[in-house]
Design a protein around this ligand. Structure first.
Ligand code: BTN
Length: 252
């Protein structure tokens, strides 16, 4: 793995690589508590024994095959209500990375931030925050499937499955960091509407009718997009409804 990146301003100037840990997000939060990290530092692991996913799920990954990493950020410019924008830029960086590696691939973001390529999930993002009076720090955890050939879930994929080729993990991480940093700088410069437009352009199922589940019942709706708070906006029989992350599931 590379020790630091030449083409970024602050991201990945310090990279710590562990053979194993419970979760890079948890390890990074522990380093933060001991004030042993700085804005833009990256922590990677070859294997996580308790990798965390969204909604309390686990994130499974074969040892040494994929990217498992956390980025430590101190976005002092960002209000707590706008933290969802970090999810968005982390997802956009994933789509841009995939299109750099596989130019013709259909690469979409399933709300809020799962990265899909050719209809299968290739990357997941777990943003965790420490908030006292204001936003203290953020740990952006990213799992990106690179060289794994088989998954228990039929809905998962990797770069290797999509292209038949193996990739250097350090090189893929470096490209991701460059894309992520560019979006982060855009956000810092106030280019929120531009970022939201890019996100909407990548949104899976946008403008289409599909089945969703909420409160135990299924219904058909057209996906409109997200609102100013990052909540999902669906049109159900002509009425616009908004959902927070745990309130709705995509069915089919
Ligand atoms: C999801 O459920 O889609 C989010 C998965 C996030 C996984 C990554 S792997 C690196 C970091 N450490 C963790 O424990 N989780 C995130």
């Amino acid at each position: 793995m590379h020790k630091n990146f030449a083409n970024t301003r602050f991201l990945g100037k310090t990279i710590t690589s562990l053979p194993e840990c419970h979760s890079t997000n948890d390890f990074m939060a522990q380093l933060a508590a001991k004030e042993q990290v700085a804005h833009g530092d990256i922590l990677t692991a070859e294997f996580q024994s308790k990798g965390k996913g969204q909604r309390g799920n686990t994130w499974m990954s074969e040892k040494g095959k994929n990217l498992l990493f956390s980025i430590y950020l101190k976005p002092s410019f960002l209000k707590v209500k706008d933290i969802f924008l970090l999810n968005i830029i982390a997802g956009l960086a994933g789509t841009q990375l995939i299109n750099q590696i596989i130019p013709g691939a259909e690469c979409e973001l399933k709300w809020p931030n799962d990265v899909y390529v050719n209809g299968k999930k290739i990357s997941g993002i777990l943003i965790e925050t420490s908030i006292s009076k204001q936003l203290d720090f953020v740990v952006a955890g990213i799992g990106f499937n690179v060289n794994q050939s088989h998954f228990a879930l039929p809905t998962a994929t990797s770069l290797k499955i999509e292209t038949g080729k193996a990739y250097d993990l350090g090189g893929v991480l470096e490209s991701y960091a460059e894309f992520f940093e560019n979006y982060y700088i855009m956000l810092e410069q106030g280019q929120r509407s531009h970022i939201l437009r890019l996100y909407h352009d990548r949104m899976m199922w946008r403008g289409e009718t599909h089945t969703y589940r909420s409160n135990g019942s299924e219904f058909e709706a057209v996906l409109i997009g997200i609102n100013e708070s990052g909540n999902l906006v669906l049109n159900c029989n002509g009425a616009s409804k908004q959902f927070r992350t745990k309130e709705v599931e995509f069915v089919s």
